[in-house]
Design a protein around this ligand. Structure first.
Ligand code: ADP
Length: 949
């Protein structure tokens, strides 16, 4: 094969073949440099010069295309022949084989794909072979050079130590995709992050992106409602709530006439793909539009509104759905964009209401949004420790639910609780589908229990405001996938819906998701509540059970037989993290419901050594869900300070199960306790560890408690810093974040705040990297409008380098930025532990806590049963199995226990971190969405323009 050629001459034997070849090569990215007739000859000797500009990474390729009637054309190759075995005229290296496939599919060209494994088995490269219209075999490869194993394609797989690079399109495709993006239906926080990511990622992929203002109304009205977006247009949008391109409820789009007009507007703007961010109504509309598209096109053509040529060109409309909805009411995705922020607002309100309720000993009935979906109500109930929740999918089982509710409220009051909080979803019903309304509940509480009861309807505050970190990240990663889905789409593929399952962004059929969503409402209307619960995400039922098990003081139905009741110790280890108290509260309450004795160990292992152990009661942990820090007290001391004394205290207090809540120190402690079992029988009890650390470095879990709280604290601080930087002058802030030897916080906060770049321990810092970053900042500032002072931030993980400290980097930037920009530092320090824990951390804590109590029961049960059968005393040694010393983790949507010894294989003990880091796949996006590569591609554009003019 003629690898490495940079110039070829191709002959066409007819004018038709010449034109077809010209079109083909333009479609795969070549640009016409000159197109001429040889002066003194007739039209039968046309020549065109075509060039493919390789930019900085690749050689330029030129083709001299010649019309030469004397040339005898090649015999056409049969499609069954392996093209790779034939003489290949041209090899084109590109990062975007997907684009190549799209072009070839769209132009109906047969192609063959070969996936080739590298000799060291580490990489796959791909080659695509096709025939040009002249019958020449040409190949596309994603190898940087024919002789190297380096791939151009950037992969989302995890790297360790090697900075992943993002290759921007090295080919500029002739058929630039034009993508329209709109937000529709009820607004939700994160919609702006969607538009920003679609615009920026789309541009980086060589597409043109158009914002369609005012949802479908803008599509129907056209004109100035459809605006081409530039990179700069979406600056600062991550932090802005609602949707800056507007949304509307559009009746016209529900009519065929309206959709006909919308189709005409799309075509007249050259838009061939649409990304719609909205709720199930908007996405239903999107799917109707796509299904109708061929008919609409036909009518537009027949009535002369669209020419034959355009009709041919716009035969297929690509539609991709993103779910923006605060209710989390869409099936096929675990969570929708905006739901978490809405939950933040609800929890803030309920927390505030709780303090006044407590002061006045009042009852509050709080109505939250959710017509067919109880997600917000249930999650708010869990996160705030509400006494009762009413949701549409799971109505109270009893006919006289009012009596049950009063009984629960009465029992709680009887224990000394001064407040009663009941959360009702807007669409809550009883099992006969009669609405359960807040006012009615209020009347019951007032009349039957004599409680001073108030109703609060939260209303539009729930629409959110500035998006939470989770929504910004979700919206960004999903929108990147939406653009990828546009680029992958073929006429045959059904419209996709971008979702998230098991903590991974997914792409599934849109219509199926819409159907399933409607099925929930239908199941409720048919009183098939089991089906309604089933159609929700898998965590929903789990969380409902956890709520019931831990919130409502039991009437003894959950209680275990006496011989299985245990004494369970709870201990906090390491630095404080949001959710530690929430976990402890749930352990205590669920344990009490099961008949166990929960024992709080104060002040970590030193407390255990001193015997600072106290029985915790139902009321003693009241209100702990919303408290930050550690109520029990926490520190880094390890048990091996005096393992003998640890064993002694466990035996003395007859502790039969131990739950550690903490970070990497807790993990190390568990390892040591497990090792010491050999020597000390009193350690042969079930032991588990709930990871709680802002660094997210504990192996065996995707998320530790506290990470979400911390991300929100960082995001809030960074928003304020950017605002300050922008207000005063052109300034770059180097913001130092925590994380130990793990870059999780920097990567995720970088994505959520739109940081310019990040320095993380996984990559380190080098002088050349700093130089490139300085240059990039200079480029960005030079490109800013002169009258604007932009603020930018760089996040640096505290341990990334001893040499390039936060101050050193700041000084380098200051010096090198000359008078173009200034630099400052901000060390966030302990602020990152957050004040009040975020709802996500509280909910995760509740779920894990219930599972841990179940874990302790499970691993003790065999020993108890044996003792019971032998009528002997409760044994001291309950278990020696390695599985009974485990870390509990959130893995995707599941909760899993992994033995601490098994986790050693995925632990980097020296750097105190997990070797698995799913979040590292987000790393390249930080740089890409902040504009790295923007100037390279602009230079390429300019170069191409100069050459062609
Ligand atoms: P959401 O997207 O938040 O569920 P709506 O149900 O109000 O909000 O839908 C938003 C918009 O989507 C509607 O105003 C309408 O323009 C469009 N839409 C909804 N359903 C359909 C449908 N069946 N056919 C066409 N358009 C629809």
């Amino acid at each position: 094969m003629s690898e490495g050629l940079s110039h070829v001459i191709l002959n066409a034997s007819s004018a038709d073949a010449f034109d077809k070849a010209l079109n083909f090569y333009c479609a795969v990215g070549f640009q016409i440099v000159s197109d001429s007739h040889d002066n003194d000859q007739d039209f039968t000797s046309k020549i065109a010069w075509l060039a493919l500009f390789g930019g900085k990474t690749q050689k330029d390729l030129t083709i001299k295309l010649k019309l030469n009637p004397a040339f005898s054309p090649r015999a056409a190759l049969c499609q069954d022949i392996d093209f790779a075995s034939q003489e290949v005229v041209l090899v084109i290296a590109t990062a975007n084989l997907q684009d190549v496939e799209t072009v070839l599919t769209e132009s109906d060209r047969h192609f063959q794909k070969h996936d080739i494994r590298s000799e060291d088995n580490k990489h796959f490269s791909r080659e695509i072979y096709t025939l040009d219209p002249l019958g020449n075999v040409i190949a596309f490869t994603n190898k940087a050079s024919p002789f190297s194993s380096v791939l151009l394609e950037h992969s989302h797989v995890q790297h360790q130590g090697v900075p992943p690079t993002v290759e921007l399109a090295s080919l500029h495709f002739g058929h630039k995709k034009k993508i329209g993006v709109l937000t529709s239906g009820g607004d939700s926080p994160g919609m702006n992050a969607c538009v920003r990511a679609v615009v920026r990622y789309g541009i980086s992929k060589g597409c043109e992106v158009y914002a369609i203002y005012e949802g479908y109304q803008g599509l129907v009205d056209g004109g100035s409602f459809i605006k081409k977006m530039s990179w700069i247009d979406v600056r600062g949008w991550l932090a802005v709530g609602g949707t800056s391109i507007g949304t509307a409820r559009c009746m016209a789009f529900k009519t065929r006439e309206g959709r006909l007009q919308a189709a005409e507007n799309l075509i007249s703007n050259g838009i061939d793909s649409l990304i719609v961010c909205g709720g199930d109504g908007s996405l239903t509309g999107a799917d109707v539009f796509r299904a109708e598209w061929p008919d609409l096109l036909k009518e537009l053509n027949e009535t002369g509104r669209v020419s034959d040529e355009l009709c041919q060109k716009f035969q297929h409309l690509t539609i991709v759905g993103l779910v923006g909805s605060i209710d989390n009411d869409m099936s096929s995705t675990d969570i929708t964009i905006g739901a978490v922020t809405s939950l933040h607002r609800i929890c803030e309100s309920v927390d505030s209401i709780s303090s006044t309720a407590l002061s006045h000993s009042r009852a509050f009935v709080i109505e939250v949004m959710g017509r067919h979906c109880g997600w917000l109500a249930l999650m708010a109930g869990i996160a705030t420790g509400a006494d009762f929740v009413f949701i549409p999918e799971r109505p109270p089982a009893e006919d006289d639910w009012a009596a049950v509710m009063c009984d629960v409220a009465h029992r709680h009051r009887h224990l000394g609780k001064r407040k009663t909080v009941i959360i009702v979803a807007e669409g809550a019903v009883d099992k006969n589908l009669n609405a359960i309304k807040a006012e009615y509940i209020k009347d019951i509480l007032t009349d039957k229990l004599g409680l001073d009861t108030r109703v609060t309807t939260l209303g539009h505050t729930q629409r959110g405001g500035s998006p939470a970190a989770y929504d910004r990240i979700l919206a960004t990663t999903q929108s990147v996938e939406a653009v990828e889905a546009v680029l992958r789409a073929t006429p045959e593929s059904p419209s996709p819906l971008i979702g998230i399952n098991n903590n991974k962004v997914t792409c599934g059929p849109l219509m199926k998701a819409v159907e399933l969503t409607h099925a929930v409402a239908e199941a409720i209307s048919q009183k098939n509540f089991a089906r309604a619960m089933e159609l929700r995400d898998p965590q929903f039922a789990d969380e409902y059970d956890a709520y019931i098990a831990s919130t409502i003081i039991d009437d003894t139905t959950m209680r275990l037989p006496e011989h299985q009741q245990m004494r369970i110790a709870i201990l906090h280890v390491g630095a404080p993290a949001g959710g530690m108290n929430a976990a402890t509260r749930t352990i205590v309450r669920y344990a009490l419901n099961r008949g166990h004795k929960p024992l709080g160990v104060f002040n970590g292992f030193p407390g255990l050594l001193n015997g600072s152990i106290e029985e915790l009661t139902w009321l003693s942990v009241d209100g702990w869900t919303s408290r930050g820090g550690s109520e029990l007290g926490t520190n880094r001391t390890q048990p091996d300070k005096d393992m003998g004394m640890v064993a002694y205290q466990l035996q003395k207090h007859q502790i039969q199960g131990i739950i550690l809540v903490g970070g990497f120190e807790a993990f190390s402690a568990l390892l040591k306790l497990e090792e010491a079992r050999e020597k000390y029988p009193s350690l042969r009890i079930p032991m588990c560890h709930i990871p709680a650390t802002i660094s997210n470095n504990v192996p065996g879990t995707d998320f530790s408690l506290g990470t979400d709280t911390s991300l929100n604290a960082i995001v809030e601080a960074c928003d304020a810093i950017v605002q300050s930087a922008r207000s005063s002058r052109r300034r770059v802030f180097v913001v130092e974040v925590q994380g130990g030897k793990t870059g999780y916080l920097a990567v995720e906060a970088g994505l959520a705040t739109g940081a310019n770049t990040i320095y993380i321990p996984e990559e380190g810092i080098s002088l050349s990297r700093l130089q490139a970053d300085v240059q990039h900042l200079i480029d960005l500032y030079n490109d800013d409008p002169p009258e604007k002072s932009e603020g930018r931030i760089i996040l640096r993980t505290e341990t990334v380098s001893d040499t390039y400290t936060t101050d050193v980097i700041c000084n380098i930037l200051k010096d090198e930025g000359h008078n173009i920009f200034d630099s400052r530092t901000a060390v966030l320090g302990h602020i990152q532990q957050g004040g009040t824990p975020s709802p996500m951390d509280r909910i995760r804590a509740t779920r894990l806590a219930v599972k841990c109590v179940e874990f302790v029961e499970l691993h003790a049960s065999a020993a108890f049963s044996e003792a019971h059968a032998n009528r002997s005393e409760q044994p001291i040694e309950l278990t020696h199995a390695k599985e009974s010393a485990a870390v509990v983790g959130i893995m995707g949507t599941d909760v899993k226990f992994t033995s601490v010894t098994d986790l050693l294989s995925e632990t980097d003990l020296k750097n105190r971190k997990s070797t698995k880091s799913w979040w590292y796949a987000h790393r390249p996006l930080v740089d890409l969405l902040s504009g790295r590569g923007l100037f390279t591609s602009r230079e390429q554009d300019e170069q191409a323009q100069q050459q062609s003019s």
